[in-house]
Write a protein that binds this ligand. Structure first.
Ligand code: ADP
Ligand code: ZN
Ligand code: MG
Length: 479
C-alpha cells in the first residue's frame, strides 16, 4: 500500500435553507404530499420563466464566505442539459465557467496534523425532483415522480484534489458540514438529503508528479460510507495497477450492502451537458456593498469559536473540538459558561453530565430537559459555596426530572451547604471524640485515614458540609 499515494477531491451538494425555491415562490418543505409544492416554473412547463431568489443568493454568499472564497462581482447561470424523468425542464439551471465564487479553503486536522484543503469553486443550481421506484405489481413496474424537490436551491462545492487519505476526506466533509451549519446556510441533515457527497479518487506512485486517472463515486449520503467507499476504491485501484492493468475513468456507485463500488457509467457514456448561458436569467451582479452587508452579519464560525475557547476560556483543544461538534452544543455551552461565570466548569458539566444524560435519553441538545441557564446557575451555586459538588450531583437529576431551577430545588429540599463554621466545628469535634482509634492513626503518620474522618463528618452533616472546610478543620484540630 505504501508504494502508492491516494488523491481525493470532493464535490459536496448542500441544500440552501431558503423558505422558497430558487426560481419560484413554492415553499421548500420536506415530506409534503407528492407534487403539492409545485408551480409552472418548477414543473418545467413551457413558457414559464424563472425569477432568481435573493435569499438563495445570500445563502450562497454566506457559504462562499464560510469557505474563504472570493465572490465574483458577476456570475452567469448556465443550462446543463440532460434528460431524466424527474427533471421535466430537460436541463438544470446551474453555473459553469463563471460560478458564484472561487479560490477558497477549509482547514482540517487529522490526528493532530493540520492541513489546508483548497476549494475550487462554489456554484448555485436547482435540484431535480425525485423518482420513487415502487417495484413490480399488477404485472407492471411502477415509478412515481414527485416534483416537490424540483427547484430547491443547492450550493455545489468543489474541492481541489488535496486530500491524501479517507480520514482526511472524512475530516473535510465533517468540517464542511459544521461550517454550513454555523453559517446558517443549511441544516445539512443527510438523512433528508440536504447534503450529498461525490468522491473523486485516484492513486499514484509516491513521488509521481502527474495525478492518476480518477474514478468518481457518486451520491454518498453518510460520512461513514464516504470513508468506506474511498477505502474500498483505493484498494481496488491499487490491485488493478499492481496486476498491470489501467484505471478506467468512470462513475461508480457504492453498494452499502456489499461494501463495494460498482460501475455506473464509463467516461465514453458520460453526458455531454452542452452547457450554454441561461437565456431567461440576467447575469448575477453582486456589488461590494451587498457582499459587505452579508459579511457583516456572518455568525462566528467553528475555527474562530474554537480559538476563542482555547485562548479566552482556557479550554483544552479536545474540549473545544467536542463543544463545537454542532452549532446547538456550542451555543448551549456558551450560555452555561456565561451564567456560571466559569467556562472550565461549564465545559466539564456539558461534556460530562449533560452529554451523558442526552445520550441516555437519546435526545438532541435542543431537547435538553435542563436549560443552559439552570445548569449555569448550578455551577454558580457550587462556586459560591452554597452547595458542594456532591450535592450538585444529587440536584442535577432532580433538575432533569422536574425542570425546576437549582435554586428552587436547593430551597425546597434543604440542600444548603452548612457554611456556618460553628456548626461544622461542633460536628468535627463530635467525630474526633467518637473515633479515637483513627485519630491516633492519623497522628502516628497514617494521614490517609483523614478520608474516613471527612466522610464521617459529611455523613453527620447529611452531606451539607463543605468537604474542603471539613478537611482543613480536621487537620488543624489533630495537628
Ligand atoms: P471533471 O472534468 O471530471 O469534472 P474536474 O477536474 O472538474 O473533473 O474535477 C472534479 C473533482 O475531481 C474535483 O473535486 C477535483 O478536485 C477532483 N479531481 C480531479 N482530478 C483528480 C484526480 N486525478 N484524483 C482525484 N481527484 C481528482
Ligand atoms: Zn414552483
Ligand atoms: Mg468538472
Amino acid at each position: 500500500m505504501s508504494k502508492y499515494e491516494t488523491v481525493i477531491g470532493l464535490e459536496v451538494h448542500c441544500q440552501l435553507a431558503t423558505k422558497t425555491k430558487i426560481f419560484c415562490g413554492c415553499p421548500t418543505i420536506f415530506g409534503a404530499p407528492p407534487n403539492s409544492s409545485t408551480c409552472p416554473v418548477c414543473l418545467g412547463l413551457p413558457g414559464a420563466l424563472p425569477v432568481l431568489s435573493r435569499q438563495a443568493v445570500e445563502m450562497g454568499m454566506r457559504a462562499s464566505l464560510a469557505l474563504n472564497c472570493e465572490v465574483r462581482p458577476q456570475s452567469i447561470f448556465a443550462r446543463k442539459n440532460y434528460f431524466y424523468p424527474d427533471l421535466p425542464k430537460g436541463y438544470q439551471i446551474s453555473q459553469y465557467d463563471r460560478p458564484l465564487s472561487e479560490h477558497g479553503y477549509v482547514d482540517i486536522e487529522v490526528e493532530g496534523v493540520k492541513k489546508r484543503v483548497g476549494i475550487t469553486r462554489v456554484h448555485m443550481e436547482d435540484d431535480a425532483g425525485k423518482s420513487i421506484h415502487d417495484g413490480f405489481k399488477d404485472s407492471a413496474n411502477y415509478t412515481y415522480v414527485d416534483l416537490n424537490r424540483s427547484g430547491t436551491p443547492l450550493a455545489e462545492i468543489v474541492s481541489e484534489p488535496d486530500m491524501r487519505s479517507s480520514d482526511e476526506a472524512f475530516a473535510f466533509a465533517t468540517e464542511m458540514k459544521l461550517l454550513m451549519q454555523f453559517a446558517e446556510v443549511s441544516a445539512c441533515d443527510m438523512e433528508k438529503g440536504q447534503m450529498r457527497c461525490d468522491a473523486n479518487v485516484s492513486v499514484r506512485l509516491h513521488g509521481a508528479e502527474k495525478l492518476g486517472d480518477k474514478v468518481e463515486i457518486k451520491n454518498l449520503n453518510s460520512f461513514r460510507f464516504l470513508k468506506m467507499a474511498i477505502d474500498y476504491e483505493v484498494e481496488r485501484q491499487i490491485g488493478i495497477l499492481e496486476s498491470g492493468g489501467k484505471i478506467v475513468q468512470e462513475t461508480r456507485l457504492y453498494n452499502v450492502d456489499s461494501g463495494e463500488t460498482v460501475s455506473m457509467r464509463s467516461k465514453e457514456d458520460a453526458h455531454d451537458y452542452r452547457y450554454f448561458p441561461e437565456p431567461d436569467l440576467l447575469p448575477l451582479r453582486i456589488s461590494d456593498e451587498w457582499l459587505a452587508s452579508i459579511r457583516n452579519v456572518m455568525p462566528e464560525l467553528p475555527p474562530a469559536r474554537r480559538k476563542r475557547m482555547l485562548e479566552d476560556y482556557g479550554l483544552r483543544e479536545y474540549d473545544a473540538g467536542v463543544l463545537t461538534q454542532t452549532r446547538e452544543i456550542s451555543d448551549y455551552y456558551e450560555r452555561v459558561a456565561a451564567t456560571a461565570q466559569d467556562p472550565r466548569a461549564a465545559a466539564n458539566w456539558v461534556m460530562g453530565d449533560l452529554m451523558a444524560l442526552l445520550k441516555a435519553e437519546n435526545k438532541e441538545v435542543s431537547e435538553s430537559p435542563v436549560s443552559p441557564e439552570h445548569l449555569g446557575e448550578l455551577i454558580a451555586l457550587i462556586n459560591k459555596k452554597e452547595i458542594n459538588g456532591k450535592q450538585a450531583k444529587e440536584i442535577f437529576p432532580k433538575m432533569v426530572a422536574t425542570s425546576d431551577s437549582p435554586r428552587t430545588i436547593v430551597d425546597r429540599d434543604g440542600y444548603k451547604q452548612i457554611s456556618d463554621t460553628g456548626a461544622i466545628e461542633k460536628i468535627v469535634d463530635d467525630v474526633i471524640a467518637a473515633n479515637p482509634k483513627q485519630v491516633e492513626q492519623y497522628k502516628s503518620g497514617k494521614t490517609a485515614v483523614i478520608g474516613f474522618l471527612v466522610g464521617a463528618v459529611m455523613k453527620a452533616s447529611k452531606g451539607q458540609a463543605d468537604p474542603a472546610a471539613v478537611n482543613e478543620l480536621l487537620k488543624s484540630k489533630m495537628a
